[in-house]
Design a protein around this ligand. Structure first.
Ligand code: ADP
Ligand code: 5GP
Length: 217
């Protein structure tokens, strides 16, 4: 019996705030319900419409520091003056079980995971807006932030964009449907990476012994 169970990928999506990564993440999870989303811990306050444990684990500064101290974070960083981090346990369990995990994290977190022991299972994708004007239009149109927060996000956008070249793939999110299709193509292809198919070694060994016995070697 061919054992070609895959190993899970760590799929990282980063972008300046408002470029569309949450929208694309939701579409990706709808497309493949076996994808699990890495729910981050954060010390920022909950926004209306958000759910504790689904969008984020909303924790105190003390709880966050404790998780970091105990080595429970795969990565963590300060973003917009608050702490954010990806809990390690659920990610390791999922990828060992062949499940891909999706991360919506900033460049600092992407860099930390890409330099970790899990680096060969990382697929990192950066989402660029078509223009800075459109980025601002999307942030305003989202209707979630005050004008002050939008200004802060716009000021930080270049800091995030400047790290675009550290990612495996870069997509310009102009047409949403087209970007979604590109994203699905990337994920489908990357799942076939040799490092994601631990069963290949066994299959090749079986081919070898079949070949040798057939040829009397
Ligand atoms: P992020 O998670 O990167 O901060 P969101 O996914 O929340 O960004 O998207 C910001 C806003 O822009 C949302 O209102 C979303 O519906 C909209 N949006 C996302 N992608 C596109 C697109 N390609 N064209 C037009 N609007 C978009
Ligand atoms: P927001 O507060 O708008 O949900 O997220 C702000 C920024 O923090 C976004 O760029 C988002 O990708 C990033 N972020 C969310 N969770 C994490 C995390 O666990 N680690 C890191 N490094 N960044 C995160």
């Amino acid at each position: 019996m061919l054992n070609n169970k895959r190993r899970g990928l760590l799929i990282i999506l980063s972008s300046p705030s408002g470029a569309g990564k949450s929208t694309l993440s939701r579409r990706l999870i709808k497309w493949d319900t076996s994808l699990s989303f890495s729910v981050s811990s954060t010390t920022r306050t909950m926004r209306s419409g958000e759910e504790n444990g689904k969008d984020y684990f909303f924790v105190s500064d003390e709880e966050f520091s404790k998780q970091v101290r105990l080595g429970e974070m795969l990565e963590h960083a300060q973003v917009f003056g608050c702490s954010y981090g990806s809990p390690k346990g659920p990610v390791e369990a999922a990828i060992d079980d062949g499940q891909d995990v999706l991360f919506d994290i900033d460049w600092q977190g992407a860099q930390q995971i890409s330099n970790s022991a899990l680096q060969k299972h990382v697929l990192s994708i950066f989402i660029l807006p078509p223009s800075i004007i459109e980025l601002e239009r999307r942030l305003k149109g989202r209707g979630q932030d005050t004008p002050e927060i939008i200004t802060k996000r716009m000021q930080k956008s270049w800091d995030e964009i400047s790290h675009w070249s550290g990612y495996d793939y870069v997509l310009i999110n102009d047409d949403l449907d087209a970007t979604e299709e590109k994203l699905k193509t990337i994920v489908t292809t990357e799942r076939l990476r040799r490092s994601q198919q631990p069963g290949l070694v066994g299959h090749v060994r079986a081919l070898q012994s079949e070949f040798e016995s057939k040829n009397d070697i």
